[in-house]
Design a protein around this ligand. Structure first.
Ligand code: SF4
Length: 268
């Protein structure tokens, strides 16, 4: 895909949604960090349902640490991998208090040193909380980057590198959200909604979902084949051909005026 196409894709996404936002509900950098840790292999909706009960009770490193693993688990049991996540969140709260004065750090190194925080989570926090030009690659934007041709790659790391290289700078801040939202609601995993996609004329995916309302293409009749010859016809043709090739019989000789018979006829 060339730069002009990529620019036009992001221009359209920006026009349709100038200020895209995370669908996770949070009210502080700390809540954002905890919600992103909880969202690994879980839906934003599921995380929001759990944190809607947790945050009114505990939403700081100190108050969540006071809940302990067992206390926190009660709020997040509906989320996948909740045991490991409870352990990580409690350990992260402890580290934030001990090393960062209870605040969420703003560097990749410090973030990734927190339990349960990998590159993707760090990218989300750096982008959403601190406005850095990072792109967190999840299942949605991995799919969109590859299908469209915006930034193809076989691994999450390769796609992140390609996105950072190919997405025009003016769109980098929100690229992550536009890609995720497009993947979640339009370019869906099992069946992309290509007929309702606002970039379908620019997307390079080869197996687009056809538009059910599209006019069927007119059927082109096959070139007229020479009619098959019937056996009877064949016989006629063969006979005619045989006639034309047979040696011709000599024409009967005309009566000569000098023969006696001719002379007699002339005399009458
Ligand atoms: S045209 Fe289809 S495959 Fe391409 S981005 Fe849109 S929904 Fe996805």
């Amino acid at each position: 895909m060339n730069t002009a196409k990529r620019t036009e894709i992001f221009r359209r996404w920006r026009e349709a949604n100038p200020h895209p936002e995370s669908e996770l509900e949070y009210g502080s950098h700390f809540e954002l960090l905890v919600s992103v840790i909880l969202s690994a292999q879980a839906t934003d909706k599921g995380v929001n349902a759990a944190t809607a009960k947790l945050y009114p009770v505990a939403n700081t490193p100190e108050t969540i640490l006071a809940l302990g693993e067992e206390g926190l688990a009660k709020y997040i049991q509906t989320i996948g991998l909740w045991r490991a996540k409870a352990k990580n969140v409690i350990a992260t709260c402890r580290l934030l208090i001990e090393k960062h004065g209870g605040r969420v750090p703003n560097t990749r190194e410090e973030l990734q040193a927190l339990p349960g925080v990998g590159r993707k989570t760090a990218n989300v926090v750096l982008n959403v909380a601190f406005g850095e030009h990072t792109i967190a690659v999840d299942t949605h934007n991995f799919r969109v980057a590859n299908r469209t041709g915006i930034a193809p790659g076989k691994t999450v790391e390769a796609v992140e590198r390609a996105l950072m290289k190919f997405v025009p700078k003016e769109f980098l801040l929100h690229a992550h959200h536009w890609l995720i939202l497009h993947g979640r609601y339009v370019c869906k995993a099992p069946k992309p909604d290509c007929p309702n996609c606002n970039i379908s004329d620019l997307c390079e995916y080869k197996h687009k979902t056809p538009d059910p309302l599209a006019e069927p293409k007119p059927k082109i009749p096959p070139k007229e084949a020479p009619a098959k010859m019937t056996i009877a016809k064949k016989a006629v043709v063969t006979k005619t051909a045989a006639k034309s090739t047979a040696p011709k019989k000599p024409a009967p000789k005309k009566a000569s005026a000098k023969t006696p018979a001719a002379k007699r006829a002339k005399a009458r």
